[in-house]
Design a protein. Sequence first.
Lengths: 120, 456
Amino acid sequence: MATREELREALDDYISHARKSERITRSLRKWNCVIYIEAADIEAGFTMTINNGTTTVINGAQGTADLIVRGSSEDLADIFWCDANPASNYMQGAITIQGSPENVMRLDSLSLLIYLEVTK
Amino acid sequence: MTEVHISNQRQADVVIVGAGLAGLAAARALAAAGVNVIVLEARERVGGRVYTRPASDGTLLDLGGQWIGPTQQRIAALAEAVGAATFPTYVDGLNIEYREGQRATYAGAIPMNDASAAMETVETLLELNLMAQDVPLDAPWTAARSSEWDAQTVASWMEAHVSSEIARMWLTLGVQAVFSAEPRDLSLLHFLFYVHSGGSLNELISVTRGAQERRFREGAQSIAEKVAAAFGDRVILNAPVHSVTRDDRGARVESDSVTVTGKRAIIAIPPTLAGRLRYRPALPAHRDQLTQRVPMGTVIKVHCLYAAPFWRDDGLSGQVASDSGIVRITFDNSPASGSPGVLLGFIEGDEGRVWGRRSVDERRAAVLECLVRYFGDKAGTPVEYIEQNWAEEEYTRGCYAGYLPPGVLSVYGDALREPIDRLHWAGTETATVWNGYMDGAVQSGERAAAEVLALL
């Protein structure tokens, strides 16, 4: 189980990798989305806002989420630290995502690109 | 002396041609509304492209359609209604990537051992998924770029947009696995429609959260059998229909053994087979030209049974993605109990077309050679080898479904479902959701039934 602070640290690290990648930044330019990430086991949530290629994160919920991502703190931390492949069968079952098909597709793609960028 | 053949004459409110899932779903929906139906089936069994048969030890094998995924609500509802239980496809362990003679392992739906190729594959999947969202499901020919997309193939699009050879290879494998056809066979517009009808490419190729997520404990054909059982002798087997005559009073559907007349008829067989029936009067050119242009995919489904699923002990899921060989996609198809071990392989597209003309022994040897490369020597000595060549089936002529080459959907797509006088069309090829799948078959049957009910 990860703490709220550990999870936030992992998420910040995750976002920093996205910002460093020209490839990922390019793909984010066409996407505006508010993503609420919830670790139900520790009652922690974060709002990640993607807007014209820039990504910001705040603690808690803010605004209306286009996507809601839910998982255990441990599974979310594993994804954010890129210790786990988000496309693995386990993670596909462990993490739930609610939102429009287009936004879900874009998030799936983003998470895989970050994972591949970090682990290559 | 002139020989006169008098066949059995029967009457119903609605005559249905084909006792696959589409025809049976239509029959069930009509019967629920109090309509009298008779279903004519060419084969000695129901189910069409779902066909379950036991191996020598009694293990049930699905030789046709077998999987159900999370958003396939209609087949799920039908399965629940008839008490057909499911279990999850085995996914524990790692998948095998076999590329350029090298074997590696990976997790998830996309081989990732070449990160750069994997990234381009991921980006391409997203691009295609987003394009697919722009194709209306009920009228894909009205997409803003329908003419442009229907004028090219998936292959020509990949050539122009995907720079990595490895990424093109994996995408080709995905197309072969989903369509049992080659990228050069498929209209880009049809491909995008098909993707949208199943949600996304990710859902079409995935196990968890995807189309291959679960299987039926008693086999997929059990659903068809249970639905048909309720109709008794109103489902007539061994009655291949050869003629359909219509006028302003109804339709007369003829086979050698029985002729059934009804107020309306639902033709619930693939378009290419529907086009081989004789219609009186002849169908309009638009409909006939459509059915001339919807070839069936080519797949030989093979099952190898072993005493146990030995690959599981090696930490493997049983899934393979390969760039070569007669079998390039495999799954662990063991029963829910885990015994015996069953490896499922597909001989698809060009491989199906070439190897379909060889002998069973030649195919078996080639398949086992592949499996040994992927899983080791134990894979070379199965207890039993069972294959099903769907192109050889007279009353199917290919699987998984009819696909559309360039220039068809944008010009003839509106003929897929449009009734002609008292004739209605069903079959998974006519579905707007999960086209090509069991779920689409059920949707199409229910839609055709609703059309008929509105007019009876």
